[in-house]
Structure formats: structure tokens, C-alpha cells
Design a protein around this ligand. Structure first.
Ligand code: ASP
Length: 422
């Protein structure tokens, strides 16, 4: 949906400038303002009070963005999962295999993410204070936590922060129930409308992100200097490494378990991968993914068309990997070591949160608030990722699309289609 009105002047120029350029510009301006304010902030013994206060207040926009993203998250997950369940059309016998493939891929992605984050420990390069409002890490008993997440009322989890699993229970129950309804098409249209509306609102919030990045960068550089960004740089490298490992896993599985050869897939699917990187949306890339798989790679139509379903909802391995790594990164920075059980909770919530990301640009940032809540991390720290999320979003979207291709190739089997076969 086009949300940028055709205006002239500063706002017209602002709206026409791609988001990543706005964020980069805001970052540069933030560095500049941060350096200047840092020079005038005084010393610990003799602080320049107005400058120190200003540095604190500059962080307010990022808190605002995070609050708004968190508000959208439950509804986004609810509608995305309901839509996927209502619309899913499986060939008889395909569903169990598909679910197995999807789950395995997502679990591998999260394990790679957690492994890289545990080995590289990007968060250990910087220490952040644990905020006074920090709810503290939840008890380690995962079954108790699951039980706590069973909704006490239908609307409760939608308003109750951190109850992502409750939202999933409700979405799955309603999704499956509605599949049987004779009014399925009408309901599906309403769910689509709800999702489209949420995406428009998400665009409004994303429009404030450059302002949040400016304030955050200026405030961090002004108070702590450049050292604070070292950890973020290492985090970006660690995420890139993990995404690369996931791509290698996809290609190896395709080589071993399907007739498609990795080079053939990369050559044939190039356009879809480039489009995913440039749009940051696996849903928008869906038609190109389908075309590439069917016409250039040569998959059977029924295998390639599954991309239409997968691409939009279920299969967001890059997002799951990123959310798990982000949770660990922030936990490391705040000195909170997550135990294996708590990391399991990260795995569980990242799987469901990635489903809710629904192939929308930066939606992973929205659903991440729920992962943080579920393991007791303060979502306010997600703001630290804002300066790099636009770039990592593009990278994880390309992996999400590659994940769709992987599943489609595996479903196509070990023999290429014969001439005339659909
Ligand atoms: N942009 C991603 C996608 O479209 C979702 C995310 O934000 O992680 O697949």
C-alpha cells in the first residue's frame, strides 16, 4: 500500500528518500550532535547539567518507537497466523512433511544463531546497566512458563504484554475453527483488511525510526563515546556469519535431498534474492520467487506454488535466527546469562514470533518485543538495534526467501520433472 503522499517541499523530499538513506543520514547527524554535546557535557565532578539532561532526553524517541511497535505486536501475530491457517491449501499428504521441513529449518536456524551468539559473545564488548524496571529473568521451569501462558481469557493475551504463546494459542484455535466455516472467504477478507491496516500503521511508526536513530546515536555517543558501537558492529558481523551458515545448510540439504543443484538454484533464484534484499519483504518478493522456481529452476508448478503460502507466513528462518541472537546479545550486554532452559524459551518464542513477522519489512523488530517479554528482557533495549536493523532486515529477508526455495526444492523430490509434467 502506498503511504507516501505526493507532496513537495521538505516532507515530499523526506517521503521520497528511501528509508535506509534517511536512517543513514540520521545516524551521521546523530554522531555529529553526539560528539559536539560530548565535548560540552563537562566532567563527572562538574557536569554541565543542561547538556547532560538533553543527552538523556534525546533517547525519548526510541522509547516511543519501541512502545508503539510493542503495541502492534500481538495483533500482528494474531492476524498473520489466522490468515495463514485460513488460506493454507495443502495437497493431500503434503501437510505433515511440510510442517516437519518448516520446523526443522527454523530450529536449525535458531540453533545456528544461538551457537554463533554463544561463541562470538558480541554483547560482552559492552556493559549496559540492568534497568530498575527490569522484570528480572523468569523462573527456569519451562513447563510452568508454558502453563502460565495458557490464556485465562480470550482477550487477555492481546492486551497483556509478554503473552506471545497465549496469542498463538488463540490464533491457531480461531484459524483452524474458521477453516471449517462456510463464511471462510468473508472472514479471510476481513483478516486481510486488518493486516493491511496494521501494515499502514507500521509504516507510520517506521517513519519515525530515523528520528529515533538520531536521538539514540547522539545520546549514546554523547554519554559513552564510540566504544559503545563496537559491540553492535560485532553483533552485525555475527548475524551475517550465522545467516551465511544457514544459507550453506540450505544449499547442502538441497544438494543431498533433491534433484536441484545449488548453483542452478542460485543462478535461477538470483532475481528473487536480490528483490528480497532490496524490498526487505518476502511477501512482496513472493511472485518473483514463484516465477524463478517454476521457470528458471524448473520445479513442478505444485511445488513452486507452495512458495506462495510459505513466503507470506510460515517460513521466516532468517527472522527467527535474528530474534534469538538479538535476545542473547542484549542479555549478554546487561550481564544476564541465559541458562539453557531460558535459551529454550528464546527458541520457542522466536519460532512463533518469526511466523508473526509475516514477510513485512522490519516486522521482525515488532515481534521481537514479544520474545524479549517472554524471557524477561526489557524491550527498551531493542532500540539499540534500530541503527542496524534496516540492513539486517534486508539480509534476513533474503535468507527467508532462500528458506522458501529450500522447502520447495525438497518437496519437488529427487527426480526432475519430465517434459509435459506440471
Ligand atoms: N522483513 C522480513 C521478511 O519480509 C521479516 C522481518 O522483519 O524479519 O521476511
Amino acid at each position: 500500500m502506498d503511504t507516501a503522499p505526493n507532496q513537495g517541499g521538505f516532507f515530499g523530499w523526506w517521503n521520497r528518500t528511501p528509508l535506509y538513506q534517511r536512517i543513514l543520514g540520521a545516524m551521521l547527524l546523530g554522531v555529529l550532535v553526539g560528539v559536539v554535546l560530548g565535548l560540552f557535557k563537562g566532567t563527572v565532578e562538574q557536569p554541565n547539567k543542561p547538556v547532560v539532561e538533553l543527552l538523556g532526553e534525546l533517547g525519548i524517541f526510541s522509547k516511543l518507537v519501541l512502545r508503539l511497535l510493542g503495541a502492534l505486536a500481538p495483533a500482528l501475530i494474531l492476524l498473520a497466523i489466522m490468515q495463514a491457517l485460513i488460506k493454507a491449501a495443502f495437497e493431500p499428504g503434503t501437510a505433515p512433511r511440510l510442517v516437519k521441513l518448516l520446523l526443522l529449518n527454523t530450529l536449525v536456524a535458531i540453533c545456528i544463531g544461538l551457537l554463533v551468539a554463544n561463541v562470538a559473545r558480541p554483547g560482552h564488548w559492552e556493559h549496559l546497566p540492568t534497568p530498575a524496571s527490569d522484570p528480572g529473568l523468569p523462573k527456569a521451569d519451562i513447563f510452568q512458563q508454558l502453563l502460565d501462558n495458557v490464556p485465562k481469557s480470550l482477550l487477555g493475551p492481546l492486551g497483556d504484554e509478554g503473552k506471545v504463546i497465549g496469542v498463538i494459542f488463540i490464533a491457531i484455535a480461531f484459524g483452524i475453527a474458521l477453516r471449517r466455516s462456510s463464511k471462510k472467504a468473508d472472514v479471510s477478507a476481513w483478516v486481510d483488511l486488518g493486516l493491511d491496516t496494521l501494515i499502514v500503521i507500521l509504516h507510520w511508526i517506521i517513519a519515525v525510526v530515523p528520528l529515533a536513530v538520531f536521538g539514540l546515536v547522539a545520546s549514546i555517543i554523547g554519554t559513552k563515546g564510540f566504544g559503545a558501537f563496537q559491540a553492535l558492529g560485532i553483533f552485525v558481523l555475527a548475524v551475517l556469519l550465522a545467516l551465511l551458515l544457514q544459507a550453506v545448510y540450505y544449499l547442502a540439504r538441497i544438494r543431498l535431498c533433491s534433484w536441484v543443484r545449488p548453483m542452478r538454484l542460485l543462478r535461477g533464484g538470483r532475481d528473487a534474492l536480490v528483490m528480497a534484499f532490496s524490498t526487505g519483504s518476502s511477501t512482496a518478493t513472493m511472485p518473483v520467487t514463484f516465477e524463478c522456481l517454476k521457470n528458471r529452476v524448473g520445479l513442478r508448478e505444485k511445488s513452486a506454488s507452495l512458495g506462495a503460502l510459505l513466503g507470506s507466513n510460515f517460513n521466516n528462518d532468517g527472522t527467527a535466527l535474528y530474534e534469538a541472537m538479538a535476545a542473547l546479545f542484549i542479555a549478554q550486554m546487561t550481564g544476564l546469562e541465559l541458562s539453557i532452559t531460558q535459551q529454550l524459551m528464546v527458541v520457542l518464542t522466536s519460532v512463533v514470533a518469526s511466523v508473526g513477522a509475516a514477510g513485512i519489512p522490519e516486522a521482525g523488530l515488532v515481534t521481537m518485543t514479544l520474545v524479549f517479554h517472554a524471557v524477561g528482557l526489557d524491550p527498551v533495549y531493542i532500540a539499540l538495534l534500530l541503527p542496524v536493523d534496516w540492513f539486517l532486515d534486508r539480509c534476513r529477508t533474503a535468507i527467508n526467501v532462500m528458506g522458501d526455495m529450500n522447502v520447495n526444492c525438497l518437496l519437488d523430490g529427487r527426480t526432475p520433472k519430465i517434459a509435459g509434467e506440471l
